[in-house]
Ligand binder design. Structure first.
Ligand SMILES: C[S@@+](CC[C@H](N)C(=O)[O-])C[C@H]1O[C@@H](n2cnc3c(N)ncnc32)[C@H](O)[C@@H]1O
Length: 301
């Protein structure tokens, strides 16, 4: 997508590897570094220059000053669940699509040295590789995830094993690609025991009337800033449930996540007060769930 490439960050003394796109910087400005415990992720964070995201951060915060809570909740849930799954040891491969400059792959690779983590993005992966070269079990790969063959060949060329289970992570990307393109990516990860953490924007009618305009205006601000004309894709637990090849094991609203993360749901008191959800999907509908999946099934709401 053009938004990462037309707003390049000039190299700075801190971002030794080069550019940082505005939307990836925006998300990192909202999330902050507190989530990441590993020395490697902290060192990486210190090298980032997030200034490219400052203008869009300001504009989005003018829409709703609490938006950082949305991102903190989603990032926290995806990281916690990933750590839980990798600690189970059934899955030792992770593929993070559209990873951008997020430190999550660095954190997972550092905390689980027996695992292989692959990040795939169509922009900035060479620059990112240079910023985290010491993390040996992380590969930052350039590919367009809407080109299934390119994505598959790139992963295969760097050691991804399609016959072994993979944890696939879709964060901050489902709204910018079509449902068919997302399903096409899932199709690459159908080996028994594979799981997918899938984060998405829910349909308008599932959002409380007083909150509906917030995500609409935020996405409009981002699309306008980045000059993108394509419509936003929305998903729901029901739509995911209708898709062949995936089975919904868990589904968490912002309200669930906020309560779990902070002990109370004050920004998102009820499900309909939020608009982002994080689902855990089993990728092989016909097989027995792995132990990671059975752990997940207990928590299905
Ligand atoms: C909003 S950022 C999200 C970054 C990260 N996942 C996060 O949540 O912090 C969107 C990312 O998607 C990437 N992207 C968009 N379209 C893509 C495509 N077709 N193939 C690969 N990457 C893509 C962009 O380059 C950018 O890094």
């Amino acid at each position: 997508m053009p938004w990462m490439t037309h707003i390049m960050n000039p190299p700075t003394s801190k971002t030794t590897g080069g550019e940082l796109g505005a939307t990836s910087a925006l998300v990192l400005l909202w999330s902050g570094p507190e989530l990441y415990a590993s020395r490697e992720a902290q060192e990486y964070w210190r090298k980032l220059d997030l200034s490219e995201g400052e203008e869009i951060h300001k504009r989005c915060n003018n829409v709703w000053g609490n938006y950082g809570e949305v991102i903190k909740n989603r990032k926290w849930k995806i990281l916690q669940t990933s750590k839980q799954i990798l600690a189970g040891e059934d899955i030792t491969q992770v593929v993070i699509v559209a990873a951008g400059f997020s430190p999550m792959g660095i954190e997972l690779a550092s905390l689980f040295p027996q695992s292989c983590v692959f990040e795939v993005d169509k922009s900035n992966m060479e620059a990112k590789s240079r910023l985290c070269a010491s993390v040996r079990n992380l590969s930052c790969l350039s590919a367009d995830i809407t080109d299934r063959e390119q994505c598959r060949n790139t992963l295969l060329a760097h050691g991804w094993n399609p016959t072994r289970p993979t944890l696939l992570i879709f964060e901050g990307i489902s709204y910018y690609i079509t449902a068919a393109q997302a399903a096409d990516v899932w199709g690459l990860f159908s080996s028994s025991g594979s799981l997918c953490l899938f984060e998405y924007l829910v349909p308008q009618e599932q959002i409380a009337a007083h909150r509906r305009s917030i995500p609409d205006e935020i996405f409009e601000t981002i699309l306008n800033y980045c000059g993108i004309g394509t419509p936003i894709t929305r998903w729901s637990r029901e739509l995911l449930g209708q898709k062949r090849g995936v089975r919904v094991l868990q589904c968490h609203t912002l309200s669930d996540i906020e309560r779990e993360r902070t002990g109370q749901a004050s920004t998102f008191s009820r499900s309909e007060d939020g608009w982002i959800e994080v689902a855990l999907l089993a990728m092989d509908q016909d097989s027995q769930p792995s132990s990671g999946a059975s752990l997940a099934t207990k928590e299905t709401k």
